[in-house]
Design a protein around this ligand. Sequence first.
Ligand SMILES: Nc1ncnc2c1ncn2[C@@H]1O[C@H](COP(=O)(O)OP(=O)(O)O)[C@@H](O)[C@H]1O
Ligand SMILES: [Mg+2]
Length: 331
Amino acid sequence: MTNHSSNHLLEIKNLEAGFMIDGAYYNAVNRVSLLVKSNTIIGVVGESGCGKSVLSLSIMKLLPKDRSKIKNGDIFFEGKNIGEFSEAEMNTLRGKEISMIFQEPMTSLNPVFTIGYQLKEVFMNHEKSSKRNIETRCIQLLKKVGIGRAEEVMKEYPYQLSGGMRQRVMIAIAIACQPKLLIADEPTTALDVTVQAQILQLLKDLQAKSKMSILFITHDLGVVAEMCDEVVVMYGGQIVERATVDQLFYNPKHPYTILLLDAMPSLTKEVEVLSSIKGIVPSLQNMPQQGCRFVSRCPNALEKCKTSTPSLRNVEQGHEVACLLYESNVR
Ligand SMILES: Nc1ncnc2c1ncn2[C@@H]1O[C@H](COP(=O)(O)OP(=O)(O)O)[C@@H](O)[C@H]1O
Ligand SMILES: [Mg+2]
């Protein structure tokens, strides 16, 4: 195995993944490298369309096969190159070693089966135990995710539960086999604020007990502040800033990060003037081919930003930014 350290759980190197659109290929994730150590929560933040979901689906190898591909790069899980895994090996990995939870509308609870049936299925797919044993473990699991009336919920169908309860069930399914990595893709976006706070707390508690790592994908920096140890900011399929949560909030560098922070609601802002960032994330076909991808929306853009492509550079220990403003030879 190549340079694999024991606390390197997931290592993504130079990943390029994207889609065929009208006969041409476009990158949705562009040269992304990311290290997820064990027992850490890493946030991936950026507006809608920045490539966060494509990144998480690439890790799970769940991109639609017919019109997408991983064009370049490697993904190592515990030092093993999962690019080389067969579908059967991936099926063993998914759910057992790496699990994923989605935003509520995308959740994969099947409307025609009871919660109990769907929970039991997870255990039956991944291990051999007696029926009675599985039933008991399902109930324990539901209690672990804060569902008090677990025995009843086992017999219910998804439509009988609230959004928050359904997300708890999804979390139960995701952690059933004690995965080492949980990929949470906007898991609370569809929930109201109170329920969102409860689900975040639940994930934090579960993480603290299990020591699993979480790749926490969100468009909401407030959630990052609440949950994460480290964070990467994505724009246009690329990582534009990487930092610890403290560094990002107290010493943000990339103009995009600074604008995202300005757009955050806060208790200290007297009047709630939420500045939203002007313009939109370019579509894949309209992504600038050279220079900085954020240039058209950047308040600090220099002439050079249109032509010269910034790369991630260290600005302090553990803090990297891809912006020409921080490259010393540029003025
Ligand atoms: N199935 C698909 N076919 C074509 N383009 C897609 C598909 N899924 C996502 N994209 C494009 O890839 C880019 C990144 O999307 P996505 O990863 O879903 O963003 P995010 O999760 O950050 O909101 C967007 O431009 C989006 O339109
Ligand atoms: Mg998404």
